[in-house]
Each structure stands twice: as structure tokens, then as C-alpha cells.
Ligand binder design. Sequence first.
Ligand code: MG
Length: 379
Amino acid sequence: MNYEAHLAPYAARSEASRGRRFSEPAPASRTEFQRDRDRIIHSTAFRRLEYKTQVFVNHEGDLFRTRLTHSIEVAQIGRSIARNLRLNEDLVEAISLAHDLGHTPFGHAGQDALNECMQAFGGFEHNLQSLRVVDELEEHYGAFNGLNLMFETREGVLKHCSLSNARKLGDIGQRFIDKKQPTLEAQLANLADEIAYNNHDIDDGLRSGLLTTAQLDDVDFYARHRREVESAYPGITGRRAIHETIRRMINALIVDLTVASQARIDQAGVRTVEDVRNASALMTFSDTMNQEAVDLKRFLRSNLYHHYQVNRMTSKARRIVRELFNAFMDEPRLLPPDYQVIEAGREQAQARNVSDYIAGMTDRYAMREHRRLFTVGEI
Ligand code: MG
């Protein structure tokens, strides 16, 4: 049975794929992209996502999103839209579940700190690190390093990339140099990520008490849906009102993205994945919704991501990452043996190993490792 037969002509298909880096026999009971999704779920880096965070540190509360639940939400949103547009759901799911595998502990604070530490050694980009995890760092298979994923999955994972890094990456970096688009599935996973985090950050922000519903009334997109909820359920309050509002916002974004993208796809007249690559970005919100998303992001940036209590956490996180990095560079023998490169003149390789080690840490592991190295009496 050809599971991909019902897909739109411009959807990605296993048979038309650019394939894997190391050729393998085709799977007997699933598509190539299902195999990718399954490999990602069985990877070590995927399990670590449970203890890594975006905005809130993992130990701050049991109900906040972690990178694992975030990735599952991205996959859910992505798959819904993919089905509506007859795109390849398995590919969208694989990209969604893998898109954050390279994230450091402590969210963006950790990544910025590690990037600063790595300036003299080629820098640190989390998208590039996600690709490095699936291409190099996972140790699961006898025949190759990494997960040996399909080209289209890998290109979706590499959402952004600096030009200088793109030049070092060969075929997977070429689209950044040629200014071409990835598959519609990759474009979709990227936007599903935005829909997921904008909405769950509101939810987590309210749950933590760092945001209030009164503040959110200034955001028209939120206020409009909130009023809709209040007229449907007079007297509704608390968590139930918040959830009813957020589910409407997510739905509005999904419907808008589906309708606006289908219109652009039709208008562009694309027939194949190659046409998609050569066209402008076809997965887009409507102009009105784009503006609402910009307003929402601006609100979250000034009221949540830069809230003084979040700043205190991110400042601590930066310090932990910096101090770990410097300690391991000064004394490589403090590293677990697998990460040690001790010969003289190998500073570059040493730095990359330290960066891989730190990037792989969960929030709590990084805090524990910091205590082990800096606190007398901890072992
Ligand atoms: Mg994400």
C-alpha cells in the first residue's frame, strides 16, 4: 500500500526524496519519513527534552511546558495543518519532534551564553546543533553516527543558518546560499512552532502569575477571543476561561494559516517539490494575522521574557553555562573521558566537545554539574 498516494503533488514523498547520507534498504512496513519520526523518538536527545525548558526552568513547577511537551504540541499543530493541505504528515511530525534537539539547557539564555563562549571557535547555533545531534552525536547504530535521517527531515531541522556555516555544510546548506525555500512541510513545522510557543507561553505566563489576564486585555487578539468565551459561557472564570480562550486562538491561527497558505499555493501554481523550492515562502499567515502575531510576540517579549523574575533566572543560567565552559576549557581533565581531547594544539576540537557536552545537558544536570565543580562538599 502506498501511504503517500493521497498527498498533494507538491508534498514531499519518500520516493522523490534526496535520500539518506548512508543508503539503507527501504523500510518494509512504514514510509521513510515514518522511520525518521520513529528514530527521533527513540533517540537519547529526545528523552532529554523532558528536562529542558524554554522560559521556565524545569524545577520551577510541574505544569509548565518543557521542550518535550512543546515539541509534541508543535507536532500536533503541524499534523493538523498538514492533513488539511494534503502535505506529508509524517515529515512534518519528524521535523517538529526533532526541531529543538540541539537546544542547550535553560532556553535562550543558555544558548546565548554558549554562543558567546564559542565565539573564537565558530560560535554556537541551536539549529545547527539540532542537525549535529541527528547527523553526528547520537550513538545508536552500528553503521553510522547519528540517525541517518532523510535529506528533507534534516533540511527542516536546519531552520536557520548563518551564511558562513551554510558554506561548510554542503548540500544541506546550499538553500541558504541560493536563497531557496525548503519543502512546504519544513515551512509548516516552523510556523507550527510559533503557534505553539506564542500560545503556551501565555498559558504558562498566566499560570506562573508573571502575567495577568488584565494585562492581556491590551492584546486585541487575546481580548477578542476572551470576549467570545465570556459571551458563550457567561460567568466563566479562572483556568477554564483561559483555556477556552487559548484553544480559540490556536484554532484561529490554524485556520488562517491553512486558508492563506492554500491560496498562495494555488496562486503560485506549484506542481512539484522543486517548484516549491524555487517559489517564495508559500506557507504564510494572512497579513492581518501576521500583524496580530507580531503584537502578541511584542507583548510577550516585554511582559514575560523580560520580566524581572525571568531575568533573574536567565542571568543565573548564563553564569552557570559560562562557568562550566571556562572550567572545562581550563581543565579538560574534569570532563567525562568521552569528551576529552587533551593533546596540545587541539583547542578548537576541545571547545567543540565542551560545547556538545554542555548543550546536551538538561537544566537539572547542568545545575548539578555546576555544584559538583564549584561547591566544596558536593561530589
Ligand atoms: Mg520550538
